[in-house]
Design a protein around this ligand. Sequence first.
Ligand SMILES: [Zn+2]
Length: 159
Amino acid sequence: MDNTKKENNPVYSRTDTAKVNMSEAEWKKILPEDIYNIARQKGTERPWTSKYENSKEIGTYYCAVCGNPLFKSDTKFESGCGWPSFYEPISKGSIIYAPDHSHGMSRTEVMCGRCKSHLGHVFEDGPKPTGLRYCINGVVLDFEKAKAAEKKYEGKNKD
Ligand SMILES: [Zn+2]
């Protein structure tokens, strides 16, 4: 699967930060069914099904709907909850928060800061320094390995 190709998705961009506003009918036309069900219908993928759940690769996680950068791999941790988990988003603007009282629970929903797609929930039982656990559906994440240029830059800092 090639996640960098989004021919049918005109809003997908990893550099454009303009907010995305589309009708659910438009989203339905653009998005693959699995992404649509979670991102727009606030679904939840089955636990332990995401290829990112155990991934320790170095890189960046983007919104699979619009390409907004969401999390860096160095804030990912092994939570054991069955979904990819992070303790901190890339920036304050990466994420939008909303109270969620569905299913008889009191939780905080997290959505993409650019396209308002449902990503998952945040809980206050994460590791330091934030104490937060962003529990995210892997279906709505795109991952890109750190580029050679970034690695070179890190190497430069060492000497
Ligand atoms: Zn998005």
